[in-house]
Design a protein around this ligand. Structure first.
Ligand SMILES: Cc1cc2nc3c(=O)[nH]c(=O)nc-3n(C[C@H](O)[C@H](O)[C@H](O)COP(=O)(O)OP(=O)(O)OC[C@H]3O[C@@H](n4cnc5c(N)ncnc54)[C@H](O)[C@@H]3O)c2cc1C
Length: 485
C-alpha cells in the first residue's frame, strides 16, 4: 500500500534519528497537519491529533534537510558552479569585520554583521522583511521566527540562540505575504539546506527569500541544556526565566539567564560550552556544513588571538553569491561595515578544529553507522583520503565521551557540580584537548581530497541557478510554481 508523505518522512528521517528540526515540514504542509511535539524536549515533527496526511505535493519530503542533502546540486543551484573550496564552500569575498554602527555591533553575537546586513537591506529597499529569531513575549525561554520590518525588530532578533528553534516554520507565514514580497533570512546551515532544496523545487514561500544570511554553526543544543544550567544554580522551574541570552555582553559574551525575581545567572561563553557534549542534538554529529556554504552571506566568530584580545566583537564574513558580495560591497562603501580582507587559509585556520569535526569527523561517524546498518544522511561527496590512524583513534575517544555525556546520570552529576568549578574544569580540559589533538586533527586535513558526485538535474529546468539573478527579484517572478494539491 502506498504510504503518505509524512509517513515516509517519519520512517526515513524522524524515526531514523536524522531530523535536523529545521522546521520546513511544518512550514510547507499545505494541510497544516504537521506540528512539533514536545518543543522543549525532543522536539520532533508529528501529525496533529493523528490527522490523516492529505494528498499533496509532498514538499515536507522534498524539502527535508535530514536525509538527502546533495551538496553538488545545492552548489550548482546556489552558485551556478561547484564549490570553490570543499572545506568552506564557495567564497567570493572574505573579510574579518564588524558593524559600523556601534549599537548593532553590541547587539550582535560576534560583530553584528548579520543584523547589520538585514537592517541595510530593509532600509535600502532590497528586501521587505528580515526573518530572525526572537523570544516569545509570554514564554521568553522559547525563540520563534518572525519577519522583522524595522531596525528595532531586527535588533530584537540579534544574537545566537543555541537551543533548537525550528526557524523554517516561518514558511507558513511567508506564504501569506503578497507575490513579489522579498525577504532576507538569518539561518543556520541545516535550515538553509532545506530552503535551497525548496527553492530549487520552486516552492513559492521559499522563493520569497531572496537573501540568506547564514551563521556558522557547530551544533545546536536541546532545551535540556537550559534546564541543566538552571539546575546548577538550584533553579528548578524554567518558567522562572524572564530573559535567556547565550552571548550577552562583551564578545565572546556570556550565557545569561535573568530570572523573574531579577536574579542574574551568568557563565562566560567558553565555560558554558561545557553544555555541548551533554546536550548537543546528536544529528549535528553527522552534519558536514560548518560555514553555511549555501548562504548568500556567511558569518562566524573571528576566532583568532589578535581579534579575541581586542574584544568588542569580530566576525568572519563571506560573500558567497554575487548577490551577497554586492550587498557587502555596498555596506562597506556606506560605512555600515568595517572590514579587513583575509586569506582563505587564515579563515580555515580560525575554525580548523570545527572544520575537522565536520569535514572529517562527520564522515567517520557516518562510516561507523553504515557498518552497523544504521541510516545516515547522503551529501553527494565524501573524503577520498583515508584518515590517519591517530585521527581514527581520536574519533573513538570523542565518540566515547559523547556517549558517556548523553547518559542521564552524567547530566545529573554535572548539574550538581558548582558553577565555577565546572566552567574552569571544562575550559582547562578544552584547552588541553585542543593542544593535544591539534596536530592529529590538522595532519592530512589541509590536503584532504573529496570525491564529489555530479550535480543532479534540477527538477524543473526552467529554474536556472539563482546566481543568474543579481537581486533575486527576477527569480521570484520566474520560479514560483504552485505546489498546492
Ligand atoms: C546554533 C549556532 C551555533 C553556532 N556555532 C558556531 C561555531 O561553532 N563557530 C562560529 O564561529 N560561529 C558559530 N555560530 C555563529 C555565531 O554565533 C554568530 O551567529 C555569527 O558569528 C554571526 O554573528 P553576528 O554578530 O553577525 O550575528 P547577529 O547580528 O547576532 O545575527 C544573528 C542572526 O542569526 C539569527 N539566529 C540566531 N540563532 C539562530 C538559530 N538558532 N537559528 C536560526 N537563526 C538564528 C538571529 O535571529 C539573528 O538574526 C553559531 C550560531 C548558532 C545560532
Amino acid at each position: 500500500m502506498p504510504i503518505g508523505p509524512f509517513e515516509k518522512l517519519r520512517r526515513e528521517v524522524i524515526d531514523a534519528g536524522l531530523c535536523t528540526r529545521c522546521g520546513s515540514c511544518v512550514g510547507v504542509c499545505t494541510a497544516e497537519v504537521i506540528e512539533f511535539a514536545d518543543p522543549l524536549g525532543r522536539c520532533l515533527p508529528i501529525l496533529k491529533d493523528n490527522e490523516p496526511c492529505a494528498k499533496c505535493a509532498a514538499m515536507c519530503v522534498n524539502g527535508c534537510s535530514g536525509q538527502d542533502v546533495h551538496f553538488p546540486t545545492l552548489a550548482q543551484f546556489t552558485h551556478g558552479s561547484p564549490s570553490t573550496d570543499t572545506r568552506l564552500g564557495a567564497v567570493k569575498s572574505l573579510y574579518v569585520g564588524y558593524a559600523g554602527d556601534e549599537e548593532i555591533r553590541k547587539a550582535g553575537a560576534s560583530g553584528g554583521v548579520l543584523s547589520a546586513a538585514a537592517i541595510y537591506m530593509l532600509e535600502s529597499g532590497i528586501v521587505d522583511g528580515a526573518i530572525g529569531l526572537s523570544p516569545n513575549a509570554s514564554e521568553p525561554w522559547k525563540f520563534e521566527p518572525r519577519i522583522a520590518r524595522h531596525r528595532d525588530e531586527v535588533l530584537g532578533c540579534a544574537q545566537s540562540k543555541y537551543s533548537i528553534s525550528p526557524v523554517n516554520t516561518i514558511l507558513r507565514q511567508l506564504e501569506q505575504e503578497p507575490k513579489g514580497f522579498r525577504a532576507a533570512m538569518a539561518a543556520i546551515p541545516c535550515q538553509v539546506h532545506s530552503i535551497r532544496k525548496l527553492q530549487a523545487d520552486g516552492f513559492p514561500a521559499a522563493c520569497k527569500i531572496t537573501h540568506i544570511l547564514g551563521s556558522y554553526c557547530g551544533n545546536i543544543l536541546h532545551f535540556d541544556a537550559v534546564r541543566g544550567f538552571l539546575a546548577k544554580h538550584r533553579v528548578k522551574d524554567y518558567r522562572q526565566i524572564a530573559r535567556l541570552e547565550y552571548r550577552a555582553g562583551e564578545w565572546p559574551g556570556k550565557m545569561r539567564v535573568t530570572l523573574v525575581d531579577g536574579r542574574l545567572l551568568e557563565m562566560p561563553k567558553f565555560y558554558a560550552n561545557y553544555l555541548i557534549p551533554f546536550y548537543m542534538m546528536r544529528r549535528c554529529l553527522l552534519c558536514t556544513d560548518l560555514a553555511n556554504e549555501f548562504a548568500d552571506i556567511s558569518g562566524g566568530d573571528a576566532w583568532a588571538p589578535i581579534y579575541e584580545e581586542r574584544g568588542k566583537g569580530f566576525s568572519l564574513i563571506m560573500g558567497r553569491t554575487e548577490r551577497g558580495r554586492q550587498v557587502l560591497d555596498e555596506m562597506i562603501r556606506e560605512g555600515r561595515l568595517t572590514v579587513e580582507p583575509i586569506e582563505l587559509e587564515a579563515a580555515v585556520g580560525m575554525h580548523s578544529h570545527m572544520l575537522d569535526f565536520k569535514k572529517r569527523g562527520a564522515f567517520l561517524r557516518m562510516d561507523s553507522l553504515r557498518l552497523r546498518h544504521k541510516p545516515v544522511p547522503s551529501y553527494g561527496y565524501h573524503p577520498l583520503t583515508p584518515a590517519p590512524f591517530g585521527r581514527l583513534a581520536f574519533e573513538m575517544l570523542l565518540r566515547t565521551i559523547y556517549a558517556v555525556c548523553s547518559w542521564s546520570l552524567s547530566q545529573w552529576a554535572v548539574a550538581r557540580l558548582p558553577t565555577g568549578i565546572t566552567g574552569r574544569i571544562f575550559e582547562q580540559a578544552r584547552r588541553r584537548w585542543k593542544g593535544l589533538t591539534a596536530s592529529t586533527k590538522r595532519k592530512g586535513f589541509g590536503t584532504i581530497q573529496f570525491e564529489v558526485e555530479p550535480p543532479r538535474l534540477l527538477q524543473h529546468e526552467r529554474i536556472s541557478p539563482i546566481e543568474d539573478h543579481s537581486r533575486g527579484v527576477e527569480k521570484n517572478e520566474i520560479s514560483e510554481r504552485h505546489v498546492k494539491a
